[in-house]
Design a protein around this ligand. Structure first.
Ligand SMILES: C[S@@+](CC[C@H](N)C(=O)[O-])C[C@H]1O[C@@H](n2cnc3c(N)ncnc32)[C@H](O)[C@@H]1O
Length: 283
């Protein structure tokens, strides 16, 4: 069944949600087309804040490190892995360091990004699909990874249910995710008030209630959000002083970055193991 058919088949809960999903994909498609954005990412095709420490040299390195940090939660790097909201396939390409390409599947709401992902990670399978309606059999993956996208999903909880369903018992869900305060979740485009989560404790409880145990939720606001913010602001100032962007573009780029400062509460790294059986205690 095509993406369109799947989406049309669900019109009852539907049309607005479908539109919203597509809009968020299109928003990222516009970034894909932006030359300076690609330059900032060192033409790596990543689309995330990354993980920064004193040794990190640039955004590409930070973005790779973020995937590595998530993979460090795994007791073993093997089996079939699903990269949810795979962007342009840079995260998926990184996964090829540890997983055989034929065991890697990437999905994205955007056909345009999926097209680019196929070039970035040859041998992997890429499909256009909504993260909240995974078109895979139960228990078909050992790992599900989702880098910096679950806050867009309608809803995040529905994605947790789907991830739990497609994971084998004992399989792992790995996420990096961003929490904003309640009013921002409601007001901002591409965010949803249903996704408001107060803190790490509530985030963990949602995963436990879905069927995961144990669940680890780590506050990585400093190395991820703050690291990225400081770097991106410096990058655009450098471009301005080098005469590569004009005052208007500098102002617009800074506005987009500063606009997130008062709204962003936490950047989380999460690892959750699907319970072996329903009988297994939640803690
Ligand atoms: C911040 S980017 C992260 C991309 C990639 N994981 C990375 O780290 O480079 C968010 C991605 O989520 C995708 N996306 C948003 N909503 C989605 C949905 N409902 N289902 C699948 N993908 C979605 C967007 O198209 C975009 O590629």
């Amino acid at each position: 069944m095509s993406m369109d058919e799947r989406m049309q088949g669900n019109m009852t809960c539907g049309a607005a949600r479908t539109r919203e999903c597509r809009h968020v994909g299109e928003r990222y498609d516009r970034m894909v087309d932006s030359g300076i954005h690609c330059q900032y990412y060192g033409h790596s095709d990543f689309l995330n804040y990354g993980y920064w420490d004193e040794t990190t040299r640039d955004q590409k390195e930070a973005s790779e490190r973020l995937v590595e940090k998530l993979l460090e939660f795994l007791p073993r790097r093997r089996g079939r892995i699903l990269d949810v909201a795979c962007g342009k396939g840079a995260t998926t390409r990184y996964l090829c360091r540890y997983f055989a390409p034929e065991k890697i599947v990437g999905i994205n709401i955007s056909a345009k990004q999926v097209e680019i992902a196929r070039r970035n990670a040859p041998g992997c399978t890429f499909l256009v699909m909504d993260a909240t309606r995974l078109d895979f059999a139960d228990q078909s993956f050992d790992v599900v990874i989702c880098v910096e996208a679950a806050f867009h999903f309608l809803t995040r909880r529905q994605f947790f249910r789907e991830a739990c369903r497609v994971l084998r018992p004992g399989g792992w869900l790995l996420l990096s995710d961003i929490l904003m305060h309640a009013e921002a979740e409601k007001r901002r485009r591409y965010r949803h008030e249903e996704n408001y989560v107060r803190d790490e404790v509530e985030y963990r409880q949602q995963l436990e209630a879905t069927g995961f145990n144990p669940v680890q939720v780590v506050d990585a606001t400093e190395p991820c959000w703050k690291g990225h913010f400081m770097n991106v602001v410096r990058f655009f100032h450098e471009k301005f002083f080098a005469g590569e962007i004009d005052r208007r573009e500098l102002a617009e780029r800074l506005r987009l970055s500063y606009d997130r400062v008062p709204d962003t509460e936490k950047y989380l790294l999460v690892a959750a193991r699907r319970r072996e059986s329903a009988a297994e205690p939640s803690i």
